[in-house]
Design a binder for this molecule. Structure first.
Ligand code: PRX
Length: 649
């Protein structure tokens, strides 16, 4: 198995608290043996507190059903003072957000001094609109700096934001507005991506039809195109924010007050609102951002994710700004105007750390090396990946072609629920292996469970659990703590169950094998198969639907839908198109079926349970590996499914 030592260019000159393997081992042992002392030190040293905490963890996985975990419970702060004010005082002219718009020539540089003024103005405008501490705000925007201002403005007032990815449909926005009881929605007229415009305000208007809970919609003007307008409800950002004072004292919060809610998919049809709190989340994202990437004072750091996902929260906005670094925000897509966009951008801005997803790496590799080699990429030092397993071929292309064999690759495994990176190389310290997320970060104690729920010691493969709490961990599901406990803490009592499978090799390196539940990961977008199924069966022609993932060369996983039609209905490409349209309307543009197969029935046991294993094996092209099917009510269905199996063209 290939092993890549850390290139000298990466290990030399680190100023990080964890610059070597020896330092990593010590930090790991300290955080495992005395987590309170370790994390209190991290939190008090890294963040600006009004009242520094003296208490570490309260609660445990055994008592979590009665009360959520708490970290730094007696600490008081407003996280924007850590992310903005102290840097605005110490380095007002340093660029905080470096924005590159859809048009590569469209660049904005917002210094920490300006960030403080912009966020304060936005916060004052929101306060004028009636926003108070603890109230919820839905943010439905594209990748503009104002999206980050909006998040931080909520945090400045102690309000709770919930960013909804700009690809979600009106239905999905409405569900989230209702679930969190939002008072205010912040959006923009149109989004721009690869010269396409996305009618964000229009989606919000449709989402709010007949909804009475939302009092105000604050609208940032990106393109100036025509939008519908409700005069009593809608307010232009450029009017309200321009008129507001640029001095806004930050509202003091408890470390355990919620900072944001982020909806994510699980194995039921209904996405859940994962809740992160102020102190622990910021301490953890700040620590991991510095340690994993080996952040240095002059770095130009670029994470090209979207703020609609956890990666954008933790590693475009909160972690990087807490660390006072220059963080790039990218509005466009990797292939606009052509497949060299990222690497040209690296040269344009002197990017030193670049963080993206395997699906983008695979898509760009497929376009050929010339798009990469026309740039120098001289500035790059660390290359990160996140969101799904990276196949060794894509890893090598990233290492050899993009990084010229001189950068370390950090394959970072984590989840919306973990708040920050959990298993990942430490850039200056950890030798890497293509396809492995390597070693647990300090404070993370991975445990693999076998199929009899026994702990696997040493090398082996099983279900990944984490044994010990850490500060960045989600505290609950919004309005549904019982669901939080049932989803993560009942499969293995005393452990956090991740939903992922994992292999540990002889060196203790971790290889994530993918989800073991009914969650699929398409181009790094996490979706529940149950969400697809409930939308598909809502179509008149459909009686039953079974949806599974299958390996896809670019997207990582594709979506395979087995459809049982109502009597009298016939399969057709028109019907497939109609079903895609319904999915788009109910979930969003990213919810697309790659392969439809119309079947006479789903394989069910005599008790009526769908045997998903069979659906999965056929979709994966391994119909010979179905295993025992003797408990099926009608084995004949399987033959029909096997005979009609679909493949990508
Ligand atoms: O299956 C794992 C996969 O993405 C899931 C989490 O998705 P989400 O909450 O949307 O967060 C994505 C960004 C952190 C995980 O359960 N995943 C994430 N990173 C990796 C990964 N799988 C393998 N390797 C990774 N580096």
């Amino acid at each position: 198995m290939d092993r890549f030592e850390v290139p000298a260019r990466v290990s030399d000159g680190s100023s990080s608290p964890v610059p070597t393997m020896a330092a990593y081992r010590k930090a790991f042992m300290d955080a495992t043996n005395d987590p309170d002392a370790f994390w209190l030190k991290v939190a008090t040293e890294r963040l600006a507190w009004r009242t520094p905490p003296t208490i570490g963890l309260e609660g445990s996985y055994h008592t979590i059903a009665e009360s959520p975990l708490r970290w730094f419970g007696d600490g008081r702060l407003n996280i924007t003072e850590s992310c903005i004010d102290r840097h605005a005082d110490a380095q007002p002219d340093k660029v905080a957000l470096l924005w590159e718009g859809d048009d590569p020539a469209d660049v904005r540089k917002i210094t920490y001094g300006e960030l403080k003024r912009e966020v304060s103005k936005a916060a004052n405008a929101l306060r004028e609109l009636g926003l108070k501490k603890g109230e919820r705000v839905i943010i439905y925007m594209g990748m503009v700096p104002e999206a980050a201002f909006a998040m931080l403005a909520c945090a400045r007032l102690g309000a709770i934001h919930s960013v909804v990815f700009g690809g979600f449909s009106a239905e999905a926005v409405r569900d989230r507005v209702r679930d969190c009881g939002a008072e205010i929605v912040i959006t923009q007229d149109f989004g721009l991506r690869g010269s396409r415009t996305i009618a964000l305000k229009d989606v919000v208007d449709r989402a709010l039809e007949g909804e009475h809970g939302v009092n105000k919609v604050l609208v940032f003007q990106r393109t100036g195109g025509d939008v519908g307008w409700s005069p009593d409800r809608d307010v232009w950002w450029h009017e309200a924010v321009a008129a507001a004072s640029d001095d806004c004292p930050a509202v003091e919060c408890s470390a355990e007050d919620p900072l944001f809610i982020l909806y994510t998919s699980g194995s039921t049809g209904k996405p859940k609102g994962v809740v992160h709190t102020c102190g622990g989340y910021l301490a953890y994202t700040s620590y991991t951002h510095e340690v994993v990437f080996d952040l240095r004072p002059d770095d130009v750091y670029a994470c090209v994710a979207d703020v609609g996902w956890i990666t954008g929260h933790s590693y475009i906005v909160y972690g990087p700004l807490a660390n006072g670094c220059t963080s790039l925000m990218f509005e466009s897509v990797p292939t606009y105007p052509d497949a060299g966009r990222y690497w040209d951008m690296v040269d344009r801005h002197g990017i030193t750390i670049f963080y993206t997803a395997p699906t983008a790496i695979r898509a760009l590799a497929a376009q050929g090396d010339s798009f990469v080699t026309r740039s120098s990429r001289r500035s790059l030092r660390v290359l990160g990946t996140v969101g799904e397993p990276i196949n060794p071929d894509a890893w090598r292309w990233y290492y050899d072609v993009v990084g010229n064999g001189q950068c370390n690759i950090v394959d970072t495994w984590w989840q919306t629920e973990t708040g920050g990176m959990a298993i990942a190389p430490i850039a200056p310290a950890t030798a890497t292996k293509p396809g492995s997320a390597t070693l647990p970060l300090p404070g993370i104690v991975p445990v693999l469970m076998d199929d009899k729920d026994r702990i696997i010691r040493g090398p082996g493969e099983g279900r990944l659990c984490l044994a010990q709490p850490w500060p960045g961990q989600a505290r609950t599901v919004w309005n549904d703590h019982a669901r939080f406990v049932a989803t993560y803490f009942t499969h293995y009592v005393g452990y956090y169950f991740t939903g992922d499978g994992c292999r540990r090799d002889n060196d203790g390196y971790h290889w994530i094998t993918g989800r073991v539940d009914d969650v699929i990961n398409v181009s790094g977008h996490r979706m529940g198969t149950a969400e697809f199924e409930s939308v598909l069966v809502s179509a008149e022609a459909v009686a039953e639907a079974g949806v599974v993932g299958f390996p896809h060369p670019i997207k990582g996983q594709g979506v395979y839908a087995y459809i049982v039609l109502q009597p009298g209905q016939a399969a057709s490409t028109e019907l497939e198109t109609a079903l895609q349209k319904i999915l788009r309307a109910q979930i969003g543009a990213h919810a697309k079926v790659d392969l439809f197969q119309f079947v006479p029935g789903l394989p069910k046991t005599r008790s009526g349970k769908v045997m998903r294993r069979i659906l999965r094996k056929v979709a994966e092209g391994e119909p010979e590996k179905l295993g025992d099917i003797s408990t099926l009510a009608d084995p004949g269905v399987v033959e029909a499914i096997k005979a009609g199996a679909k493949r990508l063209a």
